[in-house]
Design a protein around this ligand. Structure first.
Ligand code: SF4
Length: 91
């Protein structure tokens, strides 16, 4: 008898399960994502604030791995900024 295939929804659910325990859950996403026209000083301030939330987050490693694996182009994930992740955007 051939091995049964796992249900197709299981891997998708497990990919996102960690988000239920995120320290940023329910927070304003503007802490983690740059608004249009953000100045350099504002960006540094916002990223410091985001990193302080990530620092105590119980799923930080999962979050950072997800962002790196999916080449997330925007925002602070797992305490890593866009430049920490080596995001390169066309000018
Ligand atoms: S590591 Fe930061 S961005 Fe990721 S889930 Fe935790 S608080 Fe949110």
């Amino acid at each position: 008898m051939p091995a049964m295939k796992p249900p197709i929804t299981e891997p998708l659910l497990s990919q996102w399960e960690w988000q239920a325990r995120a320290a940023c859950r329910g927070m304003d996403s503007s802490v983690f994502f740059s608004p249009p026209g953000e100045s350099g000083a504002d960006r540094r301030r916002r990223e410091r604030r985001a990193r302080s939330v990530c620092r105590v987050c119980p799923v930080r490693a999962d979050c950072a791995a997800f962002a790196v694996h999916t080449r997330e182009a925007f925002g602070v994930w797992g305490g890593l900024t866009e430049s920490d992740r080596g995001v390169v955007r066309p000018r």
